[in-house]
Design a protein around this ligand. Structure first.
Ligand code: NAP
Length: 410
């Protein structure tokens, strides 16, 4: 009898091309250069990845958290992954084929469970409309014409946030609130490679910035400093903020298949954002505002944080929305002579009303903005839930599974 053969099974790390927004975060994060990309996809090299998981939490969409269990010899190669439009399905791996001495013929290795490192949902709400994704790629981008570019923040502030409207003319570009698009800035980086696409959430509803028009809006902050506070000019944000009416930009996308709003009219939206993370909240709120006229009854509750009132994008239009339509709570962190206040502080102040929403199966939660807010917001949700006698861990798992907790932070 042959000696037992070792079972060389691989839990292969893959990136879902349908969900990935090509933001380059994973490639930047990977400590051992196991992630690469071309004009089409971001992919993981099976022979380099050591499963350290460093790339998983920073991924804004959860596209990174996909795994297939298969024989190492059958691992998907980079070239093959680069051609994918969808992930392959998980096949069962029959242990019998591995010729182990003791394996019974019916032994099957089931695909491993998804890791718990992605803290939000990786599925959309059950009633979300079906999104179109990847209609335009690096290889075949489309173009849009700038029809508006307005500064949203007070000219006296350091923070220049722009509202930019792009029109696709006769080119089909169907989008849903919560999706994003990629902008291809002209030029190349220091290594001579073309700049990779920068991704921006769409700030307008599915039927257009102006209803019935084939256009989208973006909320873009001019980047003038890096994360350490050193002066730098963000490639794409400066390009976008400097655009003039009539300029033409190269666009890819749309991207994103999970951070989508529910379509059933009695669904509630609990929206928590900071700074330009308000873009998808604006899209959802405006869609609901238009739909309200047609009978949507669900509640909208918004927590929105910015440094000051003058730096809060859409301050005027937001504060003009009727109180019976949206329950808006603002938190400013740098108002002179005032204590620092973050969105999670505002949430705690409204604990009974937030808890009321948490108890309702029709509530969908959206968090968008700075990476740093994610821990604080989840902690606040936990405290609020537990303060009302809810089992947060069980509720959290249910929210994730049911596509009701969406986190998009950078
Ligand atoms: P920002 O002005 O730097 O910060 C906004 C507010 O968040 C400030 O009040 C800030 O307070 C506060 N904050 C900082 N740390 C926090 C924490 N741990 N918990 C809660 N609040 C905290 O924000 P921004 O420059 O606009 O950045 C927004 C983020 O959204 C960016 O990371 C961007 O990539 C992301 N985003 C943008 C889009 C888009 O379409 N443009 C879409 C999705 C996400 P301090 O006074 O302490 O700084």
């Amino acid at each position: 009898m042959n000696a037992p053969v070792s079972i060389d099974i691989l839990k292969q790390h893959l990136i879902d091309p349908e969900i990935c927004i090509r933001c380059n975060t994973c490639e930047e994060t990977c400590p051992i250069d196991a992630i690469t990309h071309d004009e089409n996809n971001y992919v993981v090299k099976a022979d380099t990845c050591n499963g350290c998981m460093a790339c998983v939490p920073p991924c804004p969409t959860g596209a990174i958290d996909n795994w297939r269990t298969l024989l190492r010899a059958d691992a998907y190669g980079v070239d093959e992954q680069l051609t994918w439009d969808v992930l392959p399905t998980q096949g069962a791996v029959p242990v019998a084929t591995l010729a182990t001495e003791n394996a019974g013929a019916s032994d099957i290795i089931e695909p491993g469970p998804q890791t718990d490192t992605v803290r939000g949902s990786t599925v959309p709400p059950w009633s979300a409309a079906k999104p179109h994704v990847n209609l335009y790629t690096h290889k075949a981008p489309t173009t849009a014409t700038v029809v508006g570019n307005y500064r949203l923040t007070d000219a006296a502030t350091d923070s220049a946030i722009h509202h930019i409207v792009l029109d696709f003319g006769a080119t089909p570009f169907p989008v849903l609130e919560g999706q994003s698009i990629g902008i291809l800035p002209p030029g190349a980086s220091a290594d001579g490679r073309a700049h990779h696409a920068r991704q921006y959430s769409i700030a307008s509803p599915r039927d257009g910035e102006r209803p019935g028009y084939n256009n989208v809006s973006l909320t873009v902050k001019r980047v003038v400093q890096d994360h350490d506070g050193n002066a730098t000019a963000g490639v794409c944000s400066n390009y976008l903020c400097d655009l003039k009416k009539g300029d033409v930009v190269n666009v890819i996308g749309p991207f994103g298949g999970t951070f989508l709003m529910p379509n059933h009219p009695n669904s509630h939206l609990l929206m928590i954002c900071t700074g330009t993370g308000s873009a998808p909240m604006r899209a959802m709120t405006e869609y609901r505002r238009r739909r309200r006229l047609k009978g949507a009854t669900g509640k909208l509750m918004l927590f929105f944080g910015a440094r000051t009132k003058e730096e809060l994008p859409y301050f005027g239009p937001l504060t003009n929305l009727p109180k019976d339509f949206i329950d808006t709570n603002l938190a400013f962190s740098r108002t002179p002579k005032q204590p620092k206040r973050y969105v999670q502080d505002a949430m705690r102040e409204r604990a009974p009303d937030v808890a009321q929403l948490l108890k309702d199966d029709n509530t969908h939660i959206y968090v968008c903005g700075l990476k740093g807010m994610e821990d604080g917001v989840l902690q606040a949700l936990k405290e609020i839930a537990e303060g009302q006698g809810l089992d947060w861990d069980a509720l959290w798992q249910r929210l994730r599974k049911e596509g009701r907790l969406h986190l998009e932070t950078y």
